[in-house]
Design a binder for this molecule. Structure first.
Ligand SMILES: Nc1ncnc2c1ncn2[C@@H]1O[C@H](COP(=O)(O)OP(=O)(O)OP(=O)(O)O)[C@@H](O)[C@H]1O
Ligand SMILES: Nc1nc2c(c(=O)[nH]1)N=C(CO)CN2
Length: 167
């Protein structure tokens, strides 16, 4: 990692198969085990209705803040590796998964590379992402958190934005 600057990234975790809480905890542990990744913030865990493919089990969702000295691509490679370690398969888009790791924000980076679009292209439509993101962002970026809260209020009543509960 050497002289790379320290930056903040926000990632979303989701699980709706097997021992969901175990998969979330294990993904956090594996991220934190890297020398150049510090899990510097975490939201609560939310149980949420499945969005997209609705005929599947409820999810547990949460968001992490990471303090890192990696490029976005390096972090993404680690995220894919952890998904593999935890038995993630890609049978159906938006279908059931042991663990899903999505990169929401990487510092101020904006990019259109289809492999890694930043900010995440669907995050602004997803209450299961925005609610925990606002929670974890409150400390470091209160203004950005306030903007996201306003956006979230605009989504109220729309299909697929219902959260069940914080557990
Ligand atoms: N910011 C990002 N975070 C995670 N994956 C991304 C991002 N931008 C683009 N992708 C690409 O999206 C593709 C689909 O990812 P994945 O299989 O996790 O989809 P999904 O979880 O079923 O649906 P969604 O992309 O809507 O969350 C992957 O090939 C990945 O490279
Ligand atoms: N509630 C909820 N629904 C989803 C989720 C998720 O993490 N939570 N992930 C999806 C694909 O990324 C599709 N639908």
């Amino acid at each position: 990692m050497g002289s790379k600057p320290l930056i903040y990234a926000y990632i979303a975790l989701g699980s709706n198969m097997g021992d969901r809480e175990h998969y979330l905890t294990e993904a956090i542990r594996q991220l934190d085990a890297y020398d150049n990744i510090e899990v510097s913030g975490r939201s609560g865990i939310y149980e949420t209705e499945p969005v997209g493919v609705t005929d599947q089990a409820p999810f547990l969702n949460m968001v992490l803040e990471l303090k890192i000295s990696l490029t976005a691509e390096e972090l993404f490679t680690i995220m894919l590796l952890i998904e593999q370690n935890l038995g993630r398969t890609r049978e159906l888009r938006w279908g059931p998964r042991t663990i899903d790791l999505d990169m929401l924000l990487f510092d101020e980076v904006r990019q259109d590379d289809p492999q890694l679009i930043l900010p995440h292209p669907r995050m602004m439509e997803r209450a299961f992402v925005l609610v925990p993101l606002v929670e974890v962002m409150q400390m470091r970026s209160p203004q950005q958190a306030a903007r996201l809260t306003t956006h979230l209020e605009g989504l109220e009543g729309k299909e697929g934005v219902t959260l069940w509960k914080k557990i």
